[in-house]
Write a protein that binds this ligand. Structure first.
Ligand code: 13P
Length: 248
């Protein structure tokens, strides 16, 4: 049995006030005892999130980390620094990092390795564009993204998030069946690399998940929770999504 996991990716949004609001709301809630809940705010709020959220059983994560351990890399944040701020998770390879900040497949393995070496759980984000899907390249793209990022890594300490690029922030969710098909593909791929881990690894769906569609997506056999963007900025809605993961 896999525990459900729901991760909030605030992207370039939110502030200390929203963290306080979340902490107050979830302080009253017991959902975090049933579902693993993680919040990834912008890095400058991590120390505040450490105090407010880790204290009430909500883990925190970075939205990105450097593929380098330290050195002359202005503007970068290392995985070790995230761990020092109280993080247990870090998102790696989000499609916005890939498309807007030119992060190629080539740097992903280094990032995953750095995260694991620092004791963090990397959340590797993968997903195809609409053009790739329509050209019949879905399976190839997914396998390529997985194999370039998963080199010399520990599959026991990895989360994979499937986020079809065409579903992110567009209001177009993959249908539960479409998402399930890819999640199965991902689990089959993991089974070939690390057979003992395939049934244990958590695979999350991301892309326009909302309170209204979460339960149906999470009811699919290989969907173990979600990576939530826009809807995670609304505390009530984020809570409702966590409840849907609990009811899986
Ligand atoms: P939305 O939920 O806003 O579509 O974003 C998904 C996402 O990119 C989470 O990482």
């Amino acid at each position: 049995m896999r525990t459900s996991l729901v991760i909030a990716n605030w992207k370039l949004n939110g502030d200390a006030e929203l963290l306080k609001q979340m902490a107050e709301h979830f302080h009253q809630s017991e959902i975090q005892q049933h579902v693993s809940v993680v919040v990834c705010p912008p890095a400058v709020y991590l120390k505040t999130a450490d105090v407010l959220l880790n204290a009430i059983g909500i883990a925190i994560g970075g939205q990105n980390c450097s593929e380098f351990e330290h050195g002359a890399y202005t503007g970068e944040i290392s995985a070790k620094m995230l761990a020092d701020c109280g993080c247990n998770y870090v998102l790696i390879g989000h499609s916005e990092r890939r498309s807007l900040f030119a992060e190629s497949d080539a740097v992903m393995a280094g990032k995953v390795q750095q995260a694991q070496a620092a004791g963090l759980t990397p959340v590797l984000c993968i997903g195809e564009t609409l053009e790739q899907r329509e050209a019949g390249e879905l399976e190839h793209v997914i396998a390529q993204q997985l194999s370039s990022a998963c080199k010399e890594i520990d599959f026991e300490n990895l989360v994979i998030a499937y986020e079809p690029v065409w579903a992110i922030g567009t209001g177009k969710t993959a249908s539960p069946e479409q998402a399930q098909e890819v999640h199965r593909m991902i689990r089959d791929w993991v089974a070939k690399q690390a057979p003992e881990t395939a049934q244990k690894i958590q695979i999350l769906y991301g892309g326009s998940v909302k309170a209204e569609n979460a339960a149906e997506l999470f009811s699919q056999a290989d969907i173990d929770g979600g990576l939530i963007g826009g809807a995670s900025l609304d505390t009530q809605q984020f809570d409702a999504i966590c409840q849907a993961a609990k009811d899986k």
